[in-house]
Structures are given as C-alpha cells and as structure tokens.
Design a protein around this ligand. Structure first.
Ligand SMILES: NC(=O)c1ccc[n+]([C@@H]2O[C@H](COP(=O)([O-])OP(=O)(O)OC[C@H]3O[C@@H](n4cnc5c(N)ncnc54)[C@H](O)[C@@H]3O)[C@@H](O)[C@H]2O)c1
Length: 443
C-alpha cells in the first residue's frame, strides 16, 4: 500500500470528522514537535496513564491527542486514582506548557471516538490501552490507517483476533509493539539467555505464575446501576455482548469478566508465559498439547474469569509448561537437568548460584538489548525495524494463555496444531478460537 493510498483510506475513514491541518515544521521552530514522532493515546485509564507518562519522558516524542470514553472518574485500580480523558489531557497540557508553543498547537486534542484519531494525518502512531475486547478492532483499523501501534498485552481477546492483527500489521507495513514489557527487562532477558545458552542443561519444565484476582466479586444478586455522567458505556462495551451497566464490569474490573478479557491467565500470563516462550525458543510457534489441571471458574455472578488457574502445556521439544495461580514474587521458573533459574517481581535466583555472574561470549545467544519498552518502540518506528515484542510474538504468547483458558473451560486435554492454529478434531474447542461481535463493530 502506498503512502498516498493510506492517506486516501484515512480520508475516507475520516470523512465524517473534521480533519485538522498538518502542522508545518516552520511554525514550530528548531525543536519542533513536528520533527518528533507524534502519538495519540487511546485509553487513558490505569495503564494508559502509565504509558502516557512513559512516552512523555522521551525527547523525540510529542503526545498530541487522547481518546477515552470516560471523561474522568475515580474507581480505577485503586479508589484514589482519578483518571480518564480529561486528567490525561491535563497531564499533557501541563507537560508542554513550559514549551514556547502556539496554544492551538500545544493544547492536546481530546475525543471519545478512536476513529477521529485514526483520521488525523498528523498522528504517526497510536498507543492502545483499552480493555482487551477492543484491541483487535482498534489495532486492525489503526494498521489500515497507516499508524504504527503500541498495543497493550494481551494482544487480543481471542486467538483468531490475534492472527488478524498480525496479518494487518504485515499487510500495511506498520510497526507494532506489544506491551509485554518484560522483553525490555534486563533481569528477565538474562534468565532467558541462561536457558537458551544451555546454562541449566537441557530445559525440562517451566513454571509460569499468574497472580490471583485482586478484587472481590460483587454480590451475586447485583443489580444494574445508572451509567455515570461522562461515561459512554455503549462505546465502552463496543464489540462485546450487551450487558447492563455495573461499575464492577468496567474500569479496571473488566479483567475479571471473560466477555472483555481472559482473566489473570492472559493478564499476568502475557508476561510470565511470554518469558516461557522466549526462554524455550518457541516464541513464534506454540505448544502441541494443553491440559486442564483443575482450573476453577465462578459458578454465577458478574465475574466470570477463572478464580484458580492451573493448566499444563507440552511443546514439541518435550518441554512442559505449568501455569498456575500463585504469589506474584516469581513470574517464571525454568528447570533444566543441570540447574534452574527463576525471575520475577521479587528478583532473580538460580542454581548453581554462580550462574548469576555468567558472562556471555561472542558466540552465545543474546536476546536483544532493549532497556525501555517505550524507547524501543519509538526507535523501531524511526528505523522501520522490529521492536522487542512484535505482533507475531505478542500473538503467540497470548495464544498459549488462551489455550489454557479453553482447556480449563472444557476441563480436558486438547491437541493443538501451532502451524494451522487449530485444535485437532475438536469442534467445541475450535469454536472458542473466536467470539461474535456486537453490531456494528467488526474488524
Ligand atoms: N503492560 C502492563 O503491565 C499492563 C498493566 C495493566 C494493564 N495492561 C493492559 O492495559 C489494558 C487496559 O487495562 P487498564 O488496567 O488500564 O484498564 P482501565 O479500565 O483502567 O483503562 C482502560 C481505559 O480505556 C477506556 N476505554 C474503554 N473503551 C474505550 C474505547 N472504545 N475508546 C476509548 N477508550 C476506551 C476506559 O474508559 C478506561 O479509561 C488491558 O489490555 C490490560 O491488559 C497492561
């Protein structure tokens, strides 16, 4: 697709919206924001605000626009977080207020419809930090509009959506970084490098830990609540099935409901299982078998995501992965026939202990050098290179999590073909590879 045809499709997409004039560099001077990568944030809640603050730190980035269906409210991850579209806009305006810019350029654009963002020719890249049920619709539309994409993990709500994102990114030649930021963590990378270089002998087993649900489910006899002012609930639901409003369904809490998320399996698994895939050198493929080991789901109520996660996956190289709910201290433990290594939020440990100080030689396998996931994305945007967590890798890691959920839901063992991305001879399981979209939303 040529730049002209991309622009043409953007213009068609944006026909219903006012498209702003592109800001000429001459208006802005030597350190012009127009010489930087211009970003828009789509979703400015709990993690969107973290992403915003991270990108603002980069001197060659200019955050120009925000989009969120929530104007502003308390009630995100913690009760005292006041987040949403207007607080994010304020953070940006405050940040740039010290720069000697014309107010019409300096002031951050804000909207509730992401299509307005995609229609703007002055936006180079979008940061998608909305609940998982929106990732694929937005990411594919962004790729079609020629925007580079930082998309939060898990890459998609279903396996088939993830593949659609990978295809769209390839077709339109855009850069996509999945928000699996352990790929830019030196400690995590070192653990994977030890494994990949045979320092613990032959890899046998990987144990990926996912944190427990950190919010209490609402009472089983919950009743619908009035939608708060400033919250566009129907657009929040988007492609998900219609359901009456309740605060425990939406901001932050979406991750406990399978209509919007894969629960903690995909929430934490998109980090810990991503490391398993990396250490096992299977990051562009997947396991061949997945088996429920006693996962548990709520029997009724508003929360539907698993309350206890426990499954096993087997790879073609005979390495097994156990994923289970546990304390968040350890994310991943690799066990080989000559040692082990584990890493997580409480640090790194290994046996033999002297592996801690291992130094790799020029012929050893190294897994990159990214130390800042945002920086790495912007560098890839500029060089048109491959970021630390590109679409295929993000999709494959999320796939393992989805496979675990499917095996736990069906309470069985399933054969998986990672090339065809289908279960062998199991129609019921294959039906869970995708979910229907509520009209008018579609990819
Ligand atoms: N990389 C990480 O470590 C990390 C950490 C937390 C969350 N996340 C990911 O970030 C995503 C968001 O999670 P969160 O905890 O920030 O959720 P959140 O509910 O706090 O924030 C999501 C925001 O998206 C907005 N939104 C919803 N639908 C929208 C739409 N159609 N258009 C515009 N805005 C919309 C909501 O109003 C909300 O403000 C999830 O995919 C989650 O897995 C990643």
């Amino acid at each position: 697709m040529t730049r002209r045809s991309v622009l043409k499709s953007v213009m068609t997409l944006g026909a219903a919206y006012a498209i702003p004039t592109i800001i000429p560099a001459s208006v802005l001077g030597a350190n012009a924001p127009s010489k930087r990568i211009v970003l828009a944030m789509i979703g400015t809640g709990n993690q969107g605000t973290n992403n915003l603050k991270g990108f603002l730190q980069l001197p060659d980035v200019y955050v120009r626009a925000v989009c969120d269906v929530n104007r502003a409210s308390y009630g995100y991850k913690t009760a005292d977080q006041y987040l949403g579209r207007e607080p994010a806009q304020q953070i940006i305006d405050d940040f740039y207020s010290s720069m000697n810019l014309n107010a019409s350029i300096r002031n951050c654009f804000a909207c509730t419809d992401y299509r307005e963002i995609l229609a703007r020719p002055d936006i180079d890249a979008v940061v998608i930090t909305v609940p998982d049920h929106w990732h694929a619709v937005m990411a594919v539309a962004a790729a079609r509009a020629g925007k580079d994409i930082y998309c939060e993990k898990p890459l998609a709500l279903t396996i088939s959506e993830g593949r659609r994102i990978v295809e769209a990114v390839r077709l339109h030649g855009v850069v996509l970084q999945t928000g699996s930021h352990e790929r830019s963590n030196r400690q995590s990378r070192f653990a994977c490098e030890l494994v990949r270089n045979g320092c613990i002998g032959r890899l046998r087993r990987m144990i990926a830990i996912v944190g427990p649900n950190n919010k209490t489910a609402p009472a089983r006899d919950w009743t619908p609540q009035p939608v708060p002012d400033g919250f566009e609930y129907d657009r929040w639901l988007g492609p998900a099935p219609y359901a009456p409003y309740h605060p425990d369904r939406c901001l932050y809490n979406f991750r406990f409901n399978l209509d919007y998320s894969g629960g903690q399996t995909t929430n934490y698994g998109a980090h810990s299982i991503d490391l398993a895939q990396w250490g096992n050198d299977t990051e562009r493929t997947g396991p061949i078998e997945v088996e429920d080991l006693g996962g548990e789901f709520p029997s009724d109520g508003l929360f539907t995501a698993p309350t206890k996660i426990h499954f096993r996956a087997l790879y073609a190289n005979n390495v097994e992965l156990i994923c289970k709910t546990g304390p968040e201290d350890v994310q991943i433990r690799f066990e080989g026939d000559r040692g082990w290594v584990q890493t997580g939020y409480r640090g790194f440990s290994c046996w033999p202990e002297n592996l801690q100080t291992a130094v790799f030689g020029p012929d050893d396998i190294r897994l990159g050098d990214s130390a800042n996931h945002y920086r790495d994305f912007i560098d890839a945007v500029k060089s048109r290179g491959i970021p630390a967590a590109p679409a295929e890798i993000g999709h494959r890691s999320a796939t393992v999590c989805h496979l675990g959920n499917i095996a736990m839901l069906l309470k069985c063992k399933l054969r998986w073909d990672p090339d065809r991305e289908r279960f062998d001879n199991d129609d019921q399981a294959n039906r869970l590879l995708s979910k229907p979209y509520r009209a008018p939303w579609r990819i």
